[in-house]
Design a protein. Sequence first.
Length: 123
Amino acid sequence: MSSAPPVGIDLLEIGRLERALERRPRLAQRLFSDCERAYADRQARPAQHLAARFCAKEAATKALRLAVFRPLEIEVCSRDDGSPQILLSGVAAARADQLGVVLACSLTHSKSTAGAVVIGGSA
C-alpha cells in the first residue's frame, strides 16, 4: 500500500497581511524573495498577490511536514505561462528530496481572502 502524496492548504485574510506590512515595512523582505516582491509590485493590489504566495509557503511547509516555517526557502515565482512554480532551497529542498517529491501549487484570491493548495508528486 503506497502512502498518499503530501498535501497542504492555507488561507489568509489579505487585510491582515496589508496591515502587518504597513506596520513593519521590512517584513516583506523577511517573508518574500526579490522575485516574489517584484511580481507583486507590478500588480494593482500587491498585498493580494503576496498573501497568496504566503499561503503557498505555509501550505508547502505543511506538505513537507517541516517543523519550522522557512519563508525564504520556499519561493513562489511565475513560469512564462503565468502559472505559479515553487522553488525550494536549504532545509525545505532537502526535505523534498528526502520525501522524493516535487511540489506543485495552485493559488487563489478574492477581494478579502487568499489561499493556496500545495501537493507533492513523484520527483
